[in-house]
Design a protein around this ligand. Sequence first.
Ligand code: IPM
Ligand code: MG
Length: 372
Amino acid sequence: MTRGGAGRKLLVLAGDGIGPEIMRQAMRVIEFFDRRRVAGFEVDEGLVGGAAYDASGVPLTDETLAHALASDAVLFGAVGGPKWDALPFELRPERGILRLRKEMDLFANLRPAVVFDALAEASSLKTELVAGLDLMIVRELTGGIYFGAPRGVETLADGSRRGINTEVYSESEIERVARVAFDLARKRRGRVCEVDKANVMESGGLWREVTQRVCETDYRDVELSFMYADNCAMQLVRNPKQFDVIVTSNLFGDILSDCAAMLTGSLGMLPSASLGAPGAAGERNALYEPVHGSAPDIAGKDVANPLACILSFAMMLRYSFDMAEEAELVENAVRGALAAGVRTGDIAQPNTARVSTRAMGDAVLHELETAV
Ligand code: IPM
Ligand code: MG
């Protein structure tokens, strides 16, 4: 939804680890847009994850959640780190993002894996296998084994313990995320691959049935195929260009998207959008975050790659504010910085120069300056 200037309310939650340093570079892009009057945003900042726990004893306060719900979009960094690993499950930093996803009802997680030409050689796969790759994983984000009940660890009569998590999906949960995948496919190459373990899981059988029905009823123009998740993991590294849109459950999407991310050269390159259902006026809850985590091993060293975070802002422009042109401006600036040979450590070839997080931000800003 396009709105005038300061009408765009943005909540920035940088989080932990490398979150704050990559977010700083994304903020510079947002400030540039403001300064050059490309687009104005009303930006507020809040705490999430371990940072929120340190400040208030919980990984996400009710106030921050309310703030997120009242914003047009949330830009999220990363959460977690060894400092909080020993906390009880409910207080762990990860619960912060999981609660945001659940309470904002962000059921559709879009994780594009796009290989920039300049980076095709940075992939661990052969260049010709990944050059030109453009696939989209649509991961269900508020259901499945991440949230299913019963869950927990129980003590049995003999004193031994048993851990339980439950994969559970209703038809409507499958249907709504399938529709998101079919709609996206229509704007792309018209193909959806539904991924599950229907050979061993009843819920996977239901995923097949429901996606097939939705396709036959409303998306006859889209080509639907099915694949088992283990085979999909293998196919992603064997021949990733066979895929257009992949739609899958929360857990399989988590795993397969890390795998797809690496095809692009680095986990540090991948943005994501988590979307709720659109309302009557087209507005929807939305959160944008890099797929990589908080990377505590490199946090605070100014070496992290800020591009996934910057590209997440581009996705926000496209999906929350209907600003495709401005999104392309950001994406082209990233493409330009890469084409100019600027590389953070994660995407550098051996024996080539590595720049800092800040310098990568400089390079993107420089490209924007020349473009606007
Ligand atoms: C992701 C992450 C999260 C997930 C963690 C941080 C809870 O791995 O977004 O892929 O498992 O969903
Ligand atoms: Mg993950």
